[in-house]
Design a protein around this ligand. Structure first.
Ligand SMILES: [Zn+2]
Length: 219
């Protein structure tokens, strides 16, 4: 891929993406994903792509939905924002904006209502075989778990379903400019954004955006 642009980092440009199973990924991520999927299938694991690229507009919809729900449940705006940040990102800051990150499950485990629940990936859970296979093999294809269960990691909760294609994602994170993203975020007029100032944003950047598997950070 040529140079990473600000609109690609913010999830408002899709021109560098291609379609895979009704989701969108960068071309290199798609190629690596398909190779990994094929290798997994040979071992009896049926990797399903639940989510890949997500636009700024989609993330805004998710954010505003939760903000409305939590504030109407009686939380203050600041409490609602902190609650949202357990699992959802501030629009413009999601790794799903890049086309390098994927949420996956195993097609062998059908009839699952709630797919993305950490316990399902462990012990006798339906996605435990997938998790074990990924632990042993994902790195061979360039994929790394982002939100690990390392107790020293800050930010988002443990997500055993979320992987990132390191060769490209590392560059996206490296090119991410907190001040530019903040300026754009403030210009959109998203619900709750009045409660987020630059001091908050800088803390969020350090704890959440950089609160990932160390393998995905530049040395
Ligand atoms: Zn994800």
């Amino acid at each position: 891929m040529a140079q990473i642009t600000i609109v690609q980092l913010l999830g408002i440009d899709e021109s560098h993406l291609i379609s895979v199973e009704q989701q969108q990924l960068t071309e290199k991520t798609a190629t690596a994903f398909c190779a990994m999927q094929e290798a997994a299938l040979a071992d009896g694991i049926d990797i399903q792509l639940v989510s890949a690229f997500r636009s700024f507009a989609r993330q805004q919809y998710i954010w505003e939905n939760k903000f409305d729900r939590y504030t109407s449940d009686g939380l203050t705006p600041n409490e609602a924002i902190n609650r949202i940040l357990a699992y959802s990102t501030i629009p413009g800051t999601s790794r799903h904006h890049w086309g390098t990150d994927i949420d996956i499950t195993d097609g062998n485990a059908t009839n699952q209502k709630q797919l993305l629940v950490a316990e399902k990936f462990h012990n006798n859970g339906p996605f435990a075989p997938l998790h074990q296979w990924m632990q042993a093999n994902a790195h061979r294809f360039g994929f790394y778990l982002v939100y690990t269960n390392n107790s020293n990691r800050t930010g988002f909760s443990y997500e055993p379903w979320h992987y990132s294609y390191l060769p490209e994602a590392k560059a996206f994170l490296n090119d991410y400019e907190p001040r530019t993203a903040f300026a754009f975020f403030k210009s959109v007029g998203i619900k709750g954004s009045a409660y987020i100032d630059y001091a908050f944003w800088e803390r969020y950047y350090a704890q959440f955006i950089l609160g990932v598997n160390k393998a995905l950070l530049e040395e």
